[in-house]
Write a protein that binds this ligand. Sequence first.
Ligand code: HEM
Length: 474
Amino acid sequence: SNKHKNQPPSPRKLPLIGNLHQLGSNPHRDLQTLTQKHGPLVLIHLGSVPVLVASSAKAAHEIMKTHDFVFASRPKLNITHTLTYGSKDIGFSPYGEHWRQIRSIAVVHLLCNKRVQSFRHVREQETRVMMDIVGKSCGSVTDLGKLLNSLTNNIICRVALGRTYEGEKFQDLLIKFTYLLGCFSVGNYIPWLSWVDRLSGLEARTKKVAEELDEFLEGVLEEHINKKTMMHGDGNGSDKGQDLIDILLDVQTEHTTNFTLQRDTIKASIMDLFAAGTDTTSTVMEWAISELIRHPRVMKTLQKEITDIGNGKPMITEDDLPKMTYLHVVLKETLRMHTPLPLLIYRESTQYVKLMGYDIPSGTQVIINAWAIGRDPSRWEEPEKFYPERFLNSSIDYKGLNFEFIPFGAGRRGCPAIQFAIAVDELVLANLVYKYDLALPNKMNGEELDMTEITGLTLHRMSTLQVVATPRFK
Ligand code: HEM
């Protein structure tokens, strides 16, 4: 029946594997190459599964705005399904009542402006701790990439679970969890080859990590329930000092809607914050510092702005950030060039739709190549150049209204935590460049910095960024 349909152009595919052989370790780049040949809407086949790839602002607008409702679901993928209690979380759950309810709880109770503000002290304390570590290592080589990742992790741990778990088994589990989320499961795309996932041990490893994480989260939940009973008796305490688990437990007992927040949903949603929030937030800072080191002019302009506003204070605080126009555009330019989730999170259509003249059947998986859209030469002048000034005097923002710049996605499934992420990224970047001059080890020049990227769960540097810091003030 497909013969009578107007399908988007497709590159030639091989039997059984479809176009899988055309995707390497950086699929956003390979898909960009296909787009350059076939156009902004391409239908590829990952094994036996047809996948629509959108790579222009117009195509993204059609999918995430005009037909947002049709494309608001997520495909069921084996690894994420196992790790999220059968897709009971926010990010990977299919479109429907369950997703609507938990997303609304997250937006209203966990990630709203007021809540993000209430965790300001956590961000400032953890930033101070990291600045001290950098300070102590001045003159010698520091693994800044690793420090930024553990800083973000600590912030999310404290905000979500109430404390950090450095050096404990949970950290090791998180590393495995994040790694698995970035793994490719053959069974998703070539179902009759599912045995490969079993034989390679991927299936067993995923189940083991899911079980161990569950055991850990059960312990954390019990601790919170006991604390709540001891402190308030009736379970209705004040808002002060609450972490996100406390808040979810309150929502569970309040019964303000018909929706019952089950234990598995609480655990899945908490793990979502780690999955969606840690590597994304830290990789942006690592790329930003890499670009600043490669572009001394930009670094100098940024340091001048921050130094003028900091005016000799020991630390930049969140009150200073709104005034830092140049910092904002440096972050935007980093998100454009180093989009942390270059292909966003896969979507799936829930009904037939006509898209830019093509027939798209229900159940089609959709990839939006936000990375390629951010480098589209028809939208951006010299797109391969790191040039933050392009955003000065421009209204283009990442909030999901400008489809040529969608690092956080857009529409119903767009990232609900933009404010959370930006609050961390701005504060840490501002303090790092305010307090330290950052150089590469062995007196290497900025241009010599290896910028090779690798895609796992996020698009990150192949080798973590190593720097030598020097204090700017005595
Ligand atoms: C710079 C940091 C971040 C970037 C670039 C980012 C980007 C994204 C993107 C591209 C999506 C998918 C959007 C779509 O399908 O249209 C997403 C979804 C999501 N993000 Fe973020 N994110 C970041 C930080 C965070 C943080 C810190 C959290 C939580 C603490 C978070 C929580 C979520 C959740 C729960 C979803 C799923 C939304 C849904 O499916 O309804 N993100 N994010």
